[in-house]
Every structure is written in C-alpha cells, then in structure tokens.
Design a protein around this ligand. Structure first.
Ligand SMILES: *[C@@H]1O[C@H](CO)[C@@H](O)[C@H](O)[C@H]1NC(C)=O
Ligand SMILES: *[C@@H]1O[C@H](CO)[C@@H](O)[C@H](O)[C@H]1NC(C)=O
Ligand SMILES: *[C@@H]1O[C@H](CO)[C@@H](O)[C@H](O)[C@H]1NC(C)=O
Ligand SMILES: CC(=O)N[C@H]1CO[C@H](CO)[C@@H](O)[C@@H]1O
Ligand SMILES: [Zn+2]
Ligand SMILES: [Zn+2]
Ligand SMILES: [Zn+2]
Ligand SMILES: [Zn+2]
Length: 831
C-alpha cells in the first residue's frame, strides 16, 4: 500500500534522453573532427540537399583511426560471455538468498545465466539456483520452467534429488497432483536404485518426501484451485470498431492532410471521455539499456551487480520478468521466453549480436535505425529501394522531398511495373488503396526534417551510421539483400542494387533524423524500496524507445485531449475529454502546460520538433504572470497573499510594505528542500517519529513563505501521510494526503492522471483506516478519473473494484482492530 507516486509524475514522452544519442566521448570526438574540417567541406555538407549527399560526403571522411577510437569505446561494454562470470554471480546470488532477498538473488543468477554457454554445467547450476529463488517468491510456474531448463542443459545427476523435490513441491502447490505423485515416485525409485547421497542428506530427503506425500493426501480432500486466471483479461481490450483506412485506430478517427500542418487526425464523430482511439503495437522497439556507465578496463569489479531495465525486461516484447533466457551468443540480449529469443534472432538479432558494444556506444537511435532497416527486409520495399537508388545516383535532382515521396512510394500491390505509370497517392505513407498501416512504408514516410537539423548533428549521425555499416560489413553481417517474398521483386531489386551499403546507410541516416521528432519513449512505473517495507516509491522511467507509425500522426498540444499509456510494446490512446466531431485529436509530446511554463515549452518544442506551438494553452498563457504559477509561488509572511515581482518581490495585497529579493527566497526554499530530504532519509530508515517531527517543522517553515499550493508544500504533506501510514495511523495519514491532493489538483487539474493516482492512494489509506463512507466516495472519484486514462481493464480499476466489493461485504458493525489489513499492504488481496 501507499505507493507514493511521486507528486510530479512526469510524462516526458518524446523528449529524448542522453542514451538516445552516441556516448559523449564519441560525440565530442566527432564535433572536434567537424570543427577541424576545411570550411569548404563543411559548406558542402551543410548545403547538401539530399540525405544521400550528406551520407556520401560524411562517410568518405571516416578514417581508420576514427574507427579504432570507436572500437576502443565499444570494448568498454561487457557484452560477450565471460566463462568466469557465472561462478561469481552465483556466489553473489547465494549471499542475497541467505539474506532472504530472493528477488535480488534471482536477478544475479540471471546474470550468471546470461554469461554461461548453452549446455554447460554452469548454466544448469544457475537455472537451478534461480528456480530456488523463484520458489521462495511464489512464482511456481516459472520455477518449474527453470527446473526444466536446468535439466535440459545437463544438470548434474548428483544434485538432482533436491531439485526434483522442489519440482514436486511446486506441482503440489499448483494443484497438479497427478504430476506431483509421478515425480515423487520417480524420485523414490531412482533413489533406491542408485543412492547418490550421503547418509545425512539422505535422511533429510526421506523426511521431505514423507512431508510431501502427506501434503498430496491433504490436497486431495479439497477441491483443486487454478490460480493464474486473474491476469488474463488484461490483453483482451480492443477497439470496438476498427478503422478501415487507418490500421490500429478506431472508426471515430479520420486522417487528414494539410500543406502546412502535414498529416493529422480528427474526430469523425463525437467522442466521449475514455473512448479508446488508437491501440497500436510498436513497429520497432529497442530497450533502453538503463543508466549504466560502461565499465572501464582494469577496474577491480569487472562484473557488475547493478540491476537495470535490461536485466528485468524482455528485449523483444518488454515483458517484465525475473527469469530471463539469454542469447546463445552474447551476454547482453535477454528474453522472457524461448519464443521471443528465436523471433528476435530471426528478425534482427542475428545481425546485431556481434556488435552489441558498438550499438551501446552509438546510442539507442542508431540501434533503432539499424533495426528498422533489418525489419524492412521482410516487407515489400522495392519502391523504397528504388527511391534510394535514384537519390544516390542523383537521378532526381531536387524535387521537394514530400512531393517526391508521394509519387514514388507506396506498396506495389497490383501496380503494373511495365507501364511505369505513376500513381498519385494523396497521403504519404498510405498504400495504393489509401490505407495507412503499421508497416515500413509508413515509417519510411515519417518526416526526417533534414533541413532543420544542424550540420554538426547530421555529420554526427552520418559518420556513426557509416561506421556501423563498415563494422557489420567487416563481420559479414551485412546480409541486407532482402529476404523478399516475391522472386520477381527480388530480381528487380538485384538489378537495381547500386552499392548495397550506401542504400542502407542512407536509409539508416534517414531513420536517425526521423527519430528526433518521431521516437516514442515507452515508460513504466518503477518501484523502489524493498518488498518488506511499507513505503515504496515509484517513479516513471524510460523503458524503451519505439516507433509507432499511427501514434506519430497525432499532433502536439500542451493541453492535449487524449491520454496515452503503454502495456509492454502496445500504446493505447484514449480520449481524455469530450472531443467534438471535426476537432483535431492531439496528444502531448512531453511539454505539458502543467509541468512547464510557456517559454520553456516553446523552447523545447522548437529545438526538438522544429515548430512554434500555437495550442490554446500557449495562446492564452501570458509569458510570465506576476506571481508565476501557484505551485511555484511565494507568499507574504505578513498576510499570506501571493508575492509579486521579478528580482524583487513585494506583497500582492498592497497592504504590507517591504520587499524581499527572489534570490533570498530561493535560497530559503533550497534550505527547506534539504530539511525535507533529511526527513525522507529518516522515513526510509524506519525512524518514523523523528521523521514526523522533522516534517512538522518543515511544514511550519513552508507555510511562512510558500503558497498553499506550492509543490514543496504538497511534498511535505505527502511525506507526512506516508509516515503516519507506516505507523498505522490511517486517519492522520488521510488528512495529510487530502492536503497534498489539493496541490496536485491545482497543478494538474481535477481529471488528470496524476490526480487519479493520488485519489487511488487516498482510497487505499481510507480503506485501511476503515473509513467506509469516505473510502467508497474516494473509490468512486478515483474510478471516474482513471477509467478515462487507463481503461476499464487496467490493474488500477480492478483493484478499486475489489476494494469496493470488499467494503460492501463487511459486517455492519465491525468490532476490534482491523482484521483486513494487519500489515497494511494490499489488504484486499489477503482475504
Ligand atoms: C545453488 O547451487 C549450489 C550448487 O547446487 C548449491 O550448493 C547452493 O546451495 C544453491 N543455492 C541456493 C540458494 O539454492
Ligand atoms: C530418474 O533417473 C533418470 C535417469 O537417470 C532421470 O532421467 C530422471 O530425471 C530421474 N527422475 C527423478 C525424478 O529424479
Ligand atoms: C481538444 O483539442 C481541440 C483541438 O485543439 C480543441 O479544439 C479542443 O478544445 C480540445 N478540447 C479541450 C476540452 O480542450
Ligand atoms: C495545431 C498544431 O499544433 N499544429 C502543428 C502540428 O505540427 C506541425 C509540425 O509538425 C506544426 O507546424 C503545426 O503547427
Ligand atoms: Zn518476450
Ligand atoms: Zn546475442
Ligand atoms: Zn502549446
Ligand atoms: Zn502581505
């Protein structure tokens, strides 16, 4: 309980992170190289009109010594299997296991697994150890899978009995009694046939076996239960009526195009809040490796025990798992299952496996660009190749890019090649029938904004792509000749192929430039804090970077009328409010009006997306109000009115005299921040009473100079609510939470997703505090908000409903202490 969703749940959806671009060393190296180029060459690249010119010119400047430098950087990442690592990770895992940190242990065993070669004792031992951790975590199905894996890779006979016992135990717990009995009798038979254990262990085994048999007997008398059906419903939400012209979109949505605005989506009928508008699976994703600086050579800790995204999520489908299965060739790529492993290998990883370190050095955008061109092989892309070839051989001189695309691109369904007839397709990215689909053609048509990027940036991207191509070629991994479906096309392509490498280089460069405006960050909520402690915090982190061609059609607004969420690789867009027929459907690229002021938003949108936002929020918001937004405002010490002014502030009510410098107040705020930070540490260390004293002091201080809706005030109230919750004082907790809720509401609005999460939290506290009418009331409010943002099948909504039915089922006059929540954690699941 008390999932303290941090107050400013940020949704920097598309603003890119440092991991998207190449590492700093390489970036600075190339910027240096650029600055040393003769002016004439700089000019050639700066003024080049086509991507192929930029690519060819830059690429010719890539020298062997540059490649040597880049290789050295790449070697800083440990991406190969290291035969000495499994033992180390197993030992570290065992240490965590001893401390009963089973999650931590499982992750370390996974790291051991990923460094082991297939069919070795190492890998089987790691899997077996992991199965023990999973068993203690109650993940019995996964435990069984790991036991299976351990056996498959040749688990030593002498160690088997213990593992088989675990297997039988899992089967009993899962109610699979027939299999359990079979396993037990096998175990007994083997055991009497050739006893492999010494006497003491033998006795233990006998005793355990006896226990198990008793359990089986007991189980027989109760009806079998089948857990695991709860999570199923999640995947099944779908768009009610699919759009015939835009895949993955609902029929309430229409695609329009406009010479100035480009492509955009409008409502073709009145849309109600919460309606599902787009549900799209990413065309491509690349997992963000997580903030982890490369290890440097000669450092004592060669093997890393830090845990990142890459250790906990499938590199293909993003599913969260403790039990990853590694690529057979590298230690870097890990998957949730054998199926994902195989698919990833066939689709792209067979080309990527050997260059993992290089891809980490060059950043996620470069990786996405490569993966896009690898995926293109599986589609009918003759037209795209032809367009690129033409560009390279300079047949097309300088047609404006978009017009050119309209004429030359499009699926070649039914189009007669012989007549060479040019078909006008009204909207770029659509196929010949005018349908917009989630495919490579649509991706290729996203705008690269070539003319807007700085020459240095284009140079950086082009050289990076060129270096990647050369390494792939050197490793003979450039099996780019497409695995095309039709042999006719294959022949056509083969004859057309002007220098393979350059085609794909230009395509990749195009993708890299597109990504700045079109990449979508896939975010998730990460819990920190141990399972045991009552207080956990969650923060939103970037899990992956992906391309969603349909989502990319949405234009930006700082006050959007939709809300986006992710389930693994699927993006879902819902109407956040009523959208009238004919109105544009808009989502927020990151700079939301409740998170940044207009100047900052405009600056961000201009530098990353190259446009001046003219949304209603940007129109109406004055550049700087007298007091600033209330969540950042100072108030008068004397009368409590908001302070006004720039460098020097004075009381807004006019009744008080005297003034303060802004710097002085900012300084005071910083001091307060430190005090709150100290309180937070006390809270985390379980020193609750002390934390509360500290926080009450902070609160008093805050009141004397901050507006009642200041973020810091909200944070203090939220921390107090947590501290009281940890003490089990639900009433006090709820009253502080209500105050922090006011701050969130002032900032994000009453129907924002942030508000939904805060209401959810309050509902949990009231539930635990047994405040039935208030809890029911809050549950209803939370439901109303979260339904719109997360949809009826989301876990939040389901938990709220469970809470409600639990409250309604209570006996009318409960007596004594709280029966339902002895520990205060997820009480509605306990009975
Ligand atoms: C891991 O495996 C080794 C070898 O089988 C065993 O000695 C050790 O106890 C195992 N650790 C755990 C936590 O099961
Ligand atoms: C029994 O022994 C056979 C052969 O060594 C082995 O394949 C099987 O997995 C063992 N079964 C159990 C439950 O230990
Ligand atoms: C949704 O976006 C459209 C287009 O900008 C706008 O006209 C409409 O007012 C927005 N809805 C709300 C309630 O802000
Ligand atoms: C209404 C609106 O914000 N339109 C913008 C859509 O995006 C383009 C650039 O991608 C802008 O130029 C428009 O102003
Ligand atoms: Zn997967
Ligand atoms: Zn690999
Ligand atoms: Zn705006
Ligand atoms: Zn005053």
């Amino acid at each position: 309980m008390c999932q303290a969703l941090s107050l400013s749940l940020c949704c920097l959806l598309k603003i890119y992170s440092s991991m998207d671009l190449p590492v700093d060393e390489w970036k600075y190296y190339l910027l240096q190289k650029w600055s040393l180029l003769p002016k004439s060459i700089q000019l050639t690249i700066s003024t080049a009109e086509t991507l192929s010119d930029i690519f060819l010119h830059s690429s010719s400047l890539l020298q062997p010594e540059d490649e040597v430098f880049l290789k050295r950087l790449s070697r800083g990442y440990l991406v190969e299997k290291d035969p000495n690592a499994p033992l180390f990770y197993r030992k570290e895992g065992n240490k965590k296991f001893q401390k009963k940190d089973y999650t931590g242990a499982a992750v370390l065993y996974s790291k051991g697994v990923s460094h082991s070669r297939p069919n070795t004792e190492d890998i089987s031992l790691c899997y077996a150890n992991r199965s023990a951790a999973l068993f203690h975590l109650g993940q019995y199905e996964t435990c069984l899978e790991d036991i299976e894996r351990a056996q498959m890779h040749g688990y030593p006979e002498r160690l088997k009995p213990k593992m088989m016992l675990r297997k039988a135990e899992c089967l009993v717990t899962l109610g699979r009694l027939q299999e359990a009995k079979q396993t037990i009798s096998d175990l007994e038979r083997n055991f009497t046939a050739k006893p492999t254990l010494e006497a003491p262990s033998c006795q233990i085994l006998q005793r355990n076996l006896h226990h198990l048999k008793m359990k089986v007997q007991e189980k027989k008398t109760v009806p079998e239960t089948f857990p695991g059906a709860v999570t199923k419903a999640f995947e099944d939400i779908d768009i009610r009526e699919e759009n015939k012209r835009i895949s993955s979109a609902s029929s309430s949505v229409g695609l329009c195009t406009d010479p100035v605005k480009g492509r955009y989506l409008v409502a073709t009928k009145d849309i109600l809040p919460g309606e599902l508008l787009v549900k799209e699976d990413a065309f491509v994703i690349v997992l963000n490796p997580g903030e982890m600086p490369p290890l440097h050579h000669g450092l004592e800790s060669k093997w890393d025990t830090r845990v990142t995204n890459g250790d906990l999520n499938c590199h293909r489908c993003l599913k969260h798992t403790l039990a990853t299965v590694p690529c057979n060739g590298c230690s870097y790529a890990k998957y949730c299952s054998k199926e994902c492993l195989q698919q990833a290998w066939e689709l792209y990883h067979s080309s990527e496996c050997a260059v993992g370190g290089l891809l980490l050095t060059l950043g996620v955008f470069c990786h996405v660009a490569l993966r896009l061109t690898l995926l293109a092989r599986f589609e009918n892309i003759g037209k795209v190749i032809k367009k690129l070839c033409d560009e390279i051989s300079n047949k097309d001189i300088s047609l404006p890019e978009s017009k050119n695309l309209v004429k030359t691109l499009g699926d070649s369904h039914g189009e007669s090649e012989e007549t060479g007839k040019i078909v006008e397709i009204p909207i770029p990215g659509c196929n010949i029938n005018g349908k917009y689909e989630n495919n490579y053609n649509a991706v290729f048509n996203l705008l690269p904004h070539t003319e807007n990027h700085s020459p240095e940036h284009k140079f950086l991207c082009a050289i990076s792509v060129s270096a990647l191509c050369r390494q792939l070629e050197a490793a003979s991994l450039l099996a780019f000749t497409p695995g095309l479906k039709s042999s006719k096309l294959k022949a056509a392509v083969a004859t057309e192929l002007c220098a393979d490498l350059n085609i794909w280089g230009v395509a990749m460069l195009r993708h890299m430039l597109q990504l700045q405006c079109n990449a979508q960050a896939i975010t998730t909520i990460q819990q920190t804090g141990s399972k045991e402690s009552i207080i956990t915090t969650s923060r939103q982190i970037r899990l992956a970077t992906g391309i969603f061609p349909v989502v990319s059609l949405l234009n930006h607004s700082c006050r959007p009328n939709t809300s986006v969420s992710f389930t693994n690789t699927v993006a879902t867009i819902r109407a956040a409010q009523q959208i009238g027929r004919g109105q544009e459907i808009l989502h927020c690229y990151g700079p939301h009006e409740s998170r940044m002021d207009v100047a900052e938003r405009q600056q961000k949108l201009r530098s990353q997306y190259f446009f001046d936002c003219s949304c209603p929020a940007c129109h109406t918001e004055k550049p700087k109000t007298a007091a600033g937004p209330s969540w950042e405002a100072f108030c008068c010490n004397g009368c409590g009115a908001l302070m006004q002014g720039d460098a020097v502030l004075s009381c807004g009510s006019g009744s008080c005299t005297g003034s303060v410098s802004r710097d002085q107040l900012v300084c005071r705020l910083q001091h307060l921040q430190q005090q709150v930070g100290m309180a937070w540490k006390l809270l985390r260390n379980g020193k609750l009473e002390q934390a509360i004293q500290q926080l009450l002091g902070c609160r008093q201080d805050a009141r004397s100079f901050l507006s009642a809706e200041h973020m810091m005030v909200g944070e203090i109230e939220d921390d107090l609510a947590q501290a009281y919750a940890a003490l089990g004082d639900w009433q006090k907790s709820a009253s502080h939470l209500q105050k922090s809720l006011q701050v969130v509401e002032a900032r994000h609005g009453p129907s924002s997703v942030e508000m939904g999460h805060e209401l959810f939290k309050l509902a949990q506290v009231l539930f635990n505090g047994f405040a039935v009418p208030e809890a029911l009331n809050t549950i209803q409010k939370a439901e109303k908000v979260l339904l719109v943002h997360c949809g009826p099948q989301s876990s939040e909504i389901q938990e709220l409903q469970e809470m409600r039915s639990c409250l309604l089922d209570l006996p009318p006059t409960p007596v004594g202490p709280l029966v339902y929540c002895p520990t205060g954690r997820e009480p509605w699941q306990m009975k």
